[in-house]
Design a binder for this molecule. Sequence first.
Ligand SMILES: [Zn+2]
Length: 528
Amino acid sequence: MAYTALYRKFRPTEFGDVKGQDHIVKTLRNQIKSDRVGHAYLFCGTRGTGKTTIAKILAKAVNCENPIDGNPCNECSMCKAINSQNSMNVIEIDAASNNGVDNIRDIIEEVQYSPTQGRYKVYIIDEVHMLSAGAFNALLKTLEEPPSYVIFILATTEVHKIPVTILSRCQRYDFKRITIDIISERIKELLEKEQVEAEEKAIRYIAKSADGALRDALSLLDQCMAFYFGEKLTYDNVLNVLGAVDTHVFSTLLRLIIAGQVTQAMELVERLIIEGRELGQFVVDFTWYLRNLLLVKTSDAAEDIIDISSDNLVELKENAESIDAERLMRYIRIFSDLANQVKYASQKRVLVEIAIIKLCRPQMEQNYDSILDRLSIIEEKLEKGIVVNTTGSPSNPQAVVSEINEEEQAEKISLEELQNAVTEEVRQVAQNWRTIISNLHGSLKPMLLGAKLSIGSDNQLILLFSEEVDKDYVDKEGQKEAIEMAIAEKIGKKVVIRTKLIEAGNDKKQDFPDLTKIFKNVDIEYEN
Ligand SMILES: [Zn+2]
């Protein structure tokens, strides 16, 4: 026996079976019940949302001998003839392949003859936007004054391509995308009838992938069932068939991106390719994942909006903690742009890799925000009358300051003040401190290596000790003099030093800058 596709096998035969278009079904049934059927309908909406299905049920209902509450009975000879596609009263035309004036003239010719059986001749013109301008014109006259026994149902996915003259003569119905919940419910019904077991997660994934088109969902389901014939339909099986990636991979990837680990992120992409995952699907799914993270961060009732299992929600919440909303929005922008590019690209992998590098290395982006930031810093300085050296000469500390980021700024400014405040002698001691120590006699060296060279409010050098014994040792007669002597030998000037005890963990420790670090740092920066 030939296999019938699920969406054909389970195509609704009455309005009650149609999913997700309640507003349209209700209006049409009321028209049939009150015998006020129109003569020209326009059904618009994305693919797989039930336009042709409803058109056929309507064609049957208006011809049915015993309609029940606006529904076709599916029992009478008219219903049976239409169901078995043996009725002359329902004429389906695919405008994609019959778009010329002649095709429409044939229809107009036929329209003149009233039906031999039943009440109405129903012309269903699918993809009507494909008609040529001439064909539309030819159709227009008949639409204006159709015979009482004729109904036109025009269906289209691209309503903006329909001439206004046609639009104004039709009752227009907009078909909505079908929600994931409704699609899932429908899939469950069918699986029950087909006696196939399935995981809830697998069903939800198929429903989500269909993007609002029930027909697509059933086609995907067909593929999965064919591949794993006679087996339970699991989430992993569905991912395999659709070439998709488990959400766990997304959280791993996000962690790598946040940590800036480009190499590992690339390896992950490489692995997906080896496993035969479809990169276009991967980009779309990762964008959804980021969107869900953003919802978790910004909404109190994210559980209701996000279609996800409770296990995954816990993981999602954890991941959401590690990233702020602004950064997420930047990621989503980059990845939704990528989704559009990847669709038609031959080098999908390269595009995906570039996007991931962008996420890992924000400083590589020459974006507007960062330039504005830099400008405002420079403006502030000009207002304060500080000369900004735009050549970035290393001899000018201002130029260095304007190059570094804000976090470091506060620290660097105080370093700069320090640099101006300390005497030339103090600076020289700091810069030569290691040499000075190495010129001292043996027992003093280890004491001083553990000490911190700093400065007091009176600009005098201080040696900070965290151990009392060390300080006591240096305070002994002759020791400080020895140090001062070594300094004088090195820099050619006499500098007085003091000692001070600050135990480890004492807050006051922060108040004393480490001169050797500061001056060494400044030197390194100036060398660049
Ligand atoms: Zn009937």
